[in-house]
Design a protein around this ligand. Structure first.
Ligand SMILES: Cc1cc2nc3c(=O)[nH]c(=O)nc-3n(C[C@H](O)[C@H](O)[C@H](O)COP(=O)(O)OP(=O)(O)OC[C@H]3O[C@@H](n4cnc5c(N)ncnc54)[C@H](O)[C@@H]3O)c2cc1C
Length: 398
């Protein structure tokens, strides 16, 4: 048996470190503040758990923006295919969806978590301490938990997550502890988040999480195909999340940002005009848009909300609104609601094995790291690959 490694945080990053250490003959004590592990992972599985993506490496690593070179290395060491192989190893087959995204066959996270935790519990060298909230780290490197327990391990992997969805345990409290120890942190910001729009009262009262399906959204040079969701406060959903960091940064700088919706991305402006002209002029606007262009109620409501009513009978104007509907956004939704958090422990505070330079033996895994990536499996893959890098480092004696 090799040395004991303490892991604090039982999300995917911490649990994957535990698994990889145990199969390499380390003993592992894992602490988490919640009554069960993997709470956010379970939430992530609610709409179909997107584990990773099958696209080629350079495209994949580009999703990590400023950190893409570092993540390229991490992904070469523990690739999306290796993640799929590992899922198979714990009896969870995966498949590649039509979009190239990778999902577990049963789509949810519960099966993976169950198989994973069962495997962990089968190692006599694994000890799990639930309801242990890390509350302090002293200058003498004592870790103090809420129940008064104090430990002083040589090697600790911190995998405490980001600062959103507090009810899953990822409350970002840890930032105070590391800041006190002088570790360089970047401020938390919402990522993969929704945005606010001051809709009119009638619109607000009608809109009830209406989807906008098969649209594209343009922001600056970026154009994303996908789905969005109209909410009483504004807009959210996959297509918005994919460019949420750029929208967020513009709002933070200028107090607002305009995105442009294309509600019929498969048709050119001319084709939209032709189709509108084919409609019976006595039909209501709603019927013309529904029958002529197949627009759903969410799209029709949004056109009405964002257009000059007196111009809507002008086919050219209407078509241009359908193809490029300006939606001005005024604020970012709160961090607590965001799917992920950017900010956290700065890479400049870490060595290549994600060990804190000034606190040797302390490693940082998963969403605690200051990286951002869109949804689509990039977040989880980032967590798994960072965990892999740490285990390799520990095993190599660094
Ligand atoms: C709605 C939703 C959908 C998502 N969908 C996807 C998706 O489809 N694909 C994808 O790639 N990603 C998705 N994500 C993101 C993904 O779930 C996270 O990036 C991932 O869970 C982060 O893993 P982690 O191990 O770093 O941290 P977490 O999963 O946040 O785990 C951190 C753990 O640390 C514990 N902890 C925190 N502070 C303390 C403390 N002081 N003491 C003790 N324990 C503590 C927490 O209780 C928690 O168990 C989604 C997230 C959400 C919210």
């Amino acid at each position: 048996m090799k040395e004991k490694i303490v892991i604090i945080g039982g999300g995917p990053a911490g649990l994957f470190c535990a698994y990889q250490l145990l199969i390499r003959n380390y003993s592992v004590d894992l602490y988490d503040q919640m009554s069960g592990v993997g709470k956010k992972f379970l939430v992530a599985g609610n709409g179909g758990l997107n584990l990773t993506h099958s696209e080629e490496l350079s495209k994949f690593s580009a999703k990590y923006g400023k950190d893409q070179e570092f993540f390229k290395e991490l992904l070469q060491e523990f690739s999306p295919q290796q993640l799929r192989d590992w899922c198979q190893e714990i009896d969870v087959p995966t498949f590649v969806g039509t979009s190239g995204r990778v999902f577990p066959e049963k789509l949810n996270a519960a099966e993976i978590l169950l198989n994973w935790t069962k495997k962990l519990s089968s190692f006599p060298a694994y000890k799990l301490f639930l309801k242990h909230r890390l509350e302090n780290i002293t200058e003498e490197r004592e870790l103090i938990f809420s129940n008064g327990l104090s430990i002083k391990p040589d090697k600790v992997i911190f995998a405490l997550g980001g600062a959103s969805w507090e009810k899953t345990g990822s409350d970002g409290f840890w930032a105070q502890l590391f800041s006190r120890l002088g570790v360089k942190l970047e401020p938390f910001l919402p990522m993969n988040c929704g945005f606010e729009r001051d809709w009119s009262e009638p619109f607000k009262s009608k809109v009830n999480y209406h989807p906008l399906k098969n649209i594209s959204i343009q922001f600056g040079e970026q154009k994303v195909r996908g789905e969005a969701m109209l909410t009483p406060f504004g807009i959210e959903g996959g297509a918005v999340y994919a460019i949420s960091n750029q929208i967020r940064n513009t709002i933070m700088k200028k107090g607002k940002a305009s995105i442009f919706l294309d509600l019929k991305p498969d048709l050119s402006l001319e084709e939209v005009i032709v189709k509108l002209k084919q409609q019976k002029s006595k039909d209501s606007l709603k019927n013309q848009l529904r029958k002529g262009l197949g627009l759903d109620s969410g799209s029709i409501m949004t056109i009405r909300e964002l257009s000059a009513p007196e111009k809507l009978r002008d086919v050219e104007y209407l078509a241009s609104q359908i193809k490029r509907l300006e939606l001005e956004l005024s604020a970012v939704r709160p961090l607590s609601e965001a799917i992920s958090t950017s900010g956290g422990v700065s890479f400049s505070a870490l060595d290549s094995h994600l060990q804190i330079l000034d606190l040797p033996g302390y490693y940082i895994a998963g969403e605690m790291l200051d990286f951002e990536a869109p949804t689509g499996g990039y977040l989880l893959q980032g967590c798994f690959s960072s965990a892999w890098r740490i285990v390799q480092g520990i095993d190599a004696g660094s």
